[in-house]
Design a binder for this molecule. Structure first.
Ligand code: FAE
Length: 528
């Protein structure tokens, strides 16, 4: 049986583990004047779920993605560029890298690069830099793969209008299965050289009385074992992550999107950026710019879609809808569009360990452990023990904390420039710093250590001006109904992280995927 028929027959119930292939962009891209039954804007988690499930329901799906299809190796033989020697493939249309942890020992280690439609975007809104994946697979191409289902007791605060029993019995398991989530071999962890940094992080947490937990991942831990044993080409152990993994990671192009394209009913058109959506005879007119790898528009296309699924990510979806409302193209959208955006309480920090607490020169770029202080009502946080894969011993313990930061922002349209901004203030993240200090001040005191002040700037302790986890902007049951149908426009749906009001208590992609699974099931049952 061919792989395509195998996948179609199983309906991917076997989950991603069984999948070896990659989703590729369809040979025939979308053409000007096309009429399509379903158009999905963006190919991240929400878009991938929509594409697969609609196709399985018999609908022909067109996915439009502004980033590239990451299938062709560069001159070095690899698809993605090395982390320590980034080139144009690293960033979305920038002349210089903008590393999240961009400084070390008193200087910036950002470097000039050729401007190219690279895989990681750092979008600067003044008060915050929002990191996002660009390409077929969206954020799954660049993220740390941490696949965390929130604790059941925290769910009502995350999505108050969603039935938690259904999510935990049906949609979280479904999402985890297709995403190919796997767990680390705990015995192996105890001795693996590449997780020394995590064991040190755990030891310090334990010594200060904090709880911790292993964190599942979509990176194939069996592959990683082979990397450690030097029997497989290194990817996580070569520091690859934010500019893409050449091996080992079950990104969406290998799971949901591979299954979607295998149905024969999904075509994915990369390097096309949707610019407008307006009502039209037979549905909605969707206009888009076809771009080249320098970002220049080489063609514009206009198609009519019966249904449009906004899956451009929290920022991409919110920007499009806010602009459509402000310019009168979708004037009846509710005022809730563009509101209630949060950064999942992200803040980063590093600690300087003593010489006897080295974190190792070989570090897996895939985090596998988190410090759980969410029960601390005075400042809840869940801090991933993050790698700092510099290729040499740095004695740095690095953390990405997710806090319960209650501050929210909104997207605003500037009619002069036509640009959509985000009014998040840097001071809005003081809450996250204070919550993180409740953990790391205590650990520093216990260990007799200090914060690093050289990682996020010169004499700057906190990485408080960036987020990897944009959430909200078109919130469920506010801007949409309780299943993502946009108020005011039949046939328009939001199906990505824009639906989630600002916080998931843990890393967000499993929740985004599970919510998309829940919503698309209802939409297929009731609307098609
Ligand atoms: P997303 O995956 O961002 O997909 C949106 C897609 O739409 C992108 O491919 C865009 O290029 C495309 N797009 C945008 N605008 C347009 C347009 N106008 N026309 C056509 N296409 C468009 O959205 N989360 C975790 O749970 N665990 C982690 O370990 C983790 N680590 C992360 C590390 C990094 C460096 C980053 C950046 C993120 C990380 N995240 C992690 C966050 C996670 O990747 C993110 O929440 C999801 O990718 C969001 O999924 P969406 O479907 O909302």
């Amino acid at each position: 049986m061919s792989r395509r028929r195998f996948l179609a027959a199983t309906g991917v119930t076997l989950g991603a583990v069984a999948l070896g292939g990659r989703a590729v962009a369809a040979a025939a891209p979308i053409a000007d004047g096309d009429t399509v039954p379903a158009l999905v804007i963006g190919s991240g988690y929400g878009g991938s779920v929509a594409a697969l499930r609609l196709a399985q329901a018999g609908v022909d799906v067109t996915v439009v993605e502004m980033g590239m299809s990451w299938t062709t190796p560069g001159s070095d033989g690899n698809i993605f560029c090395p982390v320590l020697k980034p080139d144009g493939r690293s960033y979305w249309l920038r002349n210089r890298t903008d590393q999240p942890v961009g400084y070390f020992m008193g200087g910036s280690y950002n470097r000039d690069i050729e401007s190219y439609t690279g895989v990681l975007d750092s979008e600067d809104f003044g008060g915050i830099r929002v990191y996002q994946g660009r390409g077929v697979g969206g954020g799954s191409l660049v993220n740390g793969g941490m696949a965390v289902t929130p604790k059941r007791e925290n769910f009502p605060a995350i999505l108050p209008t969603v039935n938690a029993d259904e999510m935990y019995s049906t949609y979280y398991p479904r999402a985890n299965s297709v995403l190919g989530v796997n767990h680390i071999d705990e015995a192996w962890f105890e001795s693996a050289e590449c997780y020394k940094f995590a064991r040190v992080g755990r030891k310090h947490a334990e010594r200060s009385g904090f709880g911790w937990t292993f964190v599942p991942n979509v990176y194939d831990f069996d592959y990683m074992k082979k990397e450690q044993a030097k029997t497989a080409t290194r990817s996580a152990l070569a520091g690859e992550v934010i500019y893409g993994n050449n091996h080992g990671k079950r990104s969406l192009d290998k799971t949901y999107l591979a299954a979607a394209t295998a149905t024969g009913k999904v075509r994915i058109t990369p390097l096309h950026k949707v610019t407008t959506v307006t009502p039209a005879e037979g549905g909605y007119r969707v206009e888009m710019a076809q771009i080249d790898t320098r970002g220049n528009t080489v063609a514009t296309k206009s198609v009519v879609a019966q249904r449009v699924f906004f899956a451009a990510g929290s920022v991409g979806t919110s920007k499009l809808l806010v602009a459509m409302k402000a310019t009168g193209k979708l004037a009846d959208l509710p005022d809730a569009v563009g509101q209630n955006w949060g950064n999942n309480g992200n803040v980063m920090v590093g600690r300087a360990n003593h010489m006897w607490d080295g974190t190792g020169s070989l570090q897996s770029s895939m985090p596998c452990l988190g410090i759980d202080n969410w029960a601390d009502t005075a400042g809840p946080s869940f801090a991933e023990v993050a790698p700092f894969p510099a290729g040499l011993e740095t004695y740095v313990s690095l953390y990405l904390a997710i806090t319960k930061n209650p501050n929210r922002a909104r997207f605003t349209f500037d009619s002069g420039s036509g640009i959509v901004g985000l009014d998040w203030q840097k001071s809005s993240n003081q809450y996250s710093i204070d919550a993180a200090k409740r953990v790391f001040d205590k650990i520093n005191k216990k260990e007799g250590t200090i914060y690093r002040t050289d990682l996020f700037g010169v004499y700057k302790t906190w990485g408080d001006d960036l987020t990897y986890h944009p959430l909200g902007g078109c919130v469920l049951d506010e801007a949409t109904d309780n299943y993502g149908r946009l108020h005011g426009y039949q046939g328009l749906y939001v199906i990505d992280g824009a639906l989630i009001p600002g916080n998931t208590s843990v890393n967000p992609f499993v929740t985004i995927t599970a919510l998309a699974e829940r919503n698309i099931e209802r939409i297929i049952a009731d609307d098609l």
